[in-house]
Design a protein around this ligand. Structure first.
Ligand SMILES: *[C@@H]1O[C@H](CO)[C@@H](O)[C@H](O)[C@H]1NC(C)=O
Ligand SMILES: *[C@@H]1O[C@H](CO)[C@@H](O)[C@H](O)[C@H]1NC(C)=O
Ligand SMILES: *[C@@H]1O[C@H](CO)[C@@H](O)[C@H](O)[C@H]1NC(C)=O
Ligand SMILES: *[C@@H]1O[C@H](CO)[C@@H](O)[C@H](O)[C@H]1NC(C)=O
Ligand SMILES: *[C@@H]1O[C@H](CO)[C@@H](O)[C@H](O)[C@H]1NC(C)=O
Ligand SMILES: *[C@@H]1O[C@H](CO)[C@@H](O)[C@H](O)[C@H]1NC(C)=O
Length: 379
């Protein structure tokens, strides 16, 4: 038997420990390198927010997202797997609904050693509430700004000062119309407008779904000329999105958050959709960008109109909220019908355009100006 020196023994035990515990810091790098052949480098990552939104992408003719399942620790217990095509060019995560689920799932995904996301395009592909001023049930919208309208002070509307039009007041300010003075950093994200315009071109190539039930419901909005787009057939629209954990309904809150969007984006943002995740997803992506894991200029925010944010003339806010949901089906279908055009457009145009990236002409980043550029909004 050969003689073992104490030092060699210690080193041997250490090396054995490290190699058998790939989750330790030291071994992580090594195992990442050794498994780099199997690291997936998606061209497009579809971000779905809940189960039905995720399912519209399965069993489609264009590609098979169920060819590869990758369990990622930290995802929602309901959606523990990322789904990918066999070649890994297209992947999808389902985050779970609302801001906390979305932020945690995205943060976990961005830290997963199974993926290299440095060149990946992210397509937020979800349904939303929609303003009848700019769209309708089944409309497909692409946002430049996402505004966290729920992150404000609130006084119950029955107790507001006589001169306040709403109970929502930007944090750190003392009136609804004053710019916020207390900024947390997640209030506003601006994405690549040049990329957005390309995505819109791709999506306009889709034949959107519509149904008799959606047509009948949107016809109620025809009595108001302000809601002309609400009464018209669905189309592809460029307009911005509002994030709030609070699923609200009503003309007054819609008006208030329309104002919040304008205020927080220094007059550039155009409010049209409402949802519960986008600022959370974008917050995770921005932090990923700050450590070089992703490029924030490769993010597309697509939302389709599932229900109206406010009632038609003569309807109550409650009846709008509890309405039967005539837009849910077309909204889900159009997530896929428009979204797949965007995915295919990026994958097919990879070598010519998308591999090197679409140069943004606008500021791309957050309200705290964490990324370089010339912001047109923020304090
Ligand atoms: C991936 O998971 C789905 C269910 O989420 C399943 O239908 C499919 O067969 C799985 N694919 C593989 C390759 O195991
Ligand atoms: C990820 O991919 C990029 C581009 O191909 C490459 O430069 C980078 O080294 C990769 N990152 C890791 C951690 O392997
Ligand atoms: C539109 O779709 C057709 C057929 O699917 C395709 O050949 C064409 O390149 C697409 N155009 C755009 C702008 O995506
Ligand atoms: C929309 O989808 C529904 C449900 O799949 C289908 O019955 C209907 O024919 C579709 N309409 C159009 C215009 O594609
Ligand atoms: C929104 O802003 C307009 C214009 O400043 C104002 O007249 C209206 O009262 C505001 N509405 C709400 C609900 O804050
Ligand atoms: C945005 O508006 C606020 C409030 O008027 C102002 O303080 C800030 O300088 C503006 N930001 C930019 C980038 O113009």
């Amino acid at each position: 038997m050969w003689k073992t020196s104490p030092l060699l023994l210690v080193l041997t035990i250490f090396a054995t420990y490290v190699l058998s515990h790939p989750w330790t810091g030291v071994a992580n790098e090594a195992s990442y390198q050794s498994r780099s052949v199997s690291v997936i480098k998606p061209k497009v990552f579809i971000i779905s927010l809940f189960g039905a939104e995720g399912a519209v992408w399965y069993h489609i003719p264009e590609f098979n997202l169920l060819a590869r399942n990758i369990t990622v620790p930290g995802l929602s217990r309901s959606f523990p797997d990322v789904h990918c095509t066999a070649d890994g060019s297209v992947c999808q995560v389902v985050t779970g609904s609302a801001e906390i689920n979305a932020a945690l799932s995205m943060a976990s995904l961005l830290h997963s050693p199974s993926f290299n996301l440095t060149n990946t395009y992210f397509l937020i592909a979800g349904i939303a509430g929609i303003s009848p001023k700019l769209g309708t049930l089944g409309s497909v919208t692409f946002a430049r700004y996402a505004v966290q309208v729920g992150l404000q002070y609130e006084i119950d509307a029955r107790e507001i000062p006589a001169n306040f039009p709403t109970g929502y007041i930007p944090q750190g300010s003392s009136a609804p119309w004053e710019y916020p003075r207390s900024i947390y950093g997640t209030e506003v994200y601006e994405v690549n407008d040049a990329l957005r315009k390309i995505a819109v071109t791709f999506a306009k190539n889709a034949t959107l779904n519509d149904t008799a039930a959606a047509q009948a419901y949107r016809a109620y909005y025809a009595t108001s000329s302000v809601y002309a787009m609400g009464a018209a057939p669905p189309s592809v629209v460029e307009c911005d999105t509002a994030t709030s954990d609070n699923f609200w309904s009503g003309a007054l809150l819609a008006d208030a958050f329309e104002n919040t969007t304008t205020l927080f984006t220094n007059g550039t943002g155009v409010y049209c959709t409402t949802q519960q995740e986008d600022n959370a997803v974008l917050a995770a992506l921005l932090r990923g960008a700050l450590r070089g894991a992703v490029q924030f200029s490769r993010v597309i925010v697509m939302r389709t109109g599932s229900d109206f944010d406010r009632p038609y003339d003569g309807q109550s806010a409650a009846d709008n909220l509890f309405a039967a949901g005539a837009g849910f089906g077309p909204a889900l279908k159009n997530v896929y019908l428009a979204g797949v055009k965007v995915v295919q457009g990026i994958v097919e145009g990879w070598d010519g355009t998308f591999k090197q990236g679409v140069q943004p002409t606008n500021y791309v980043g957050d309200i705290s100006w964490s990324l370089p550029g010339n912001p047109d909004f923020g304090p």
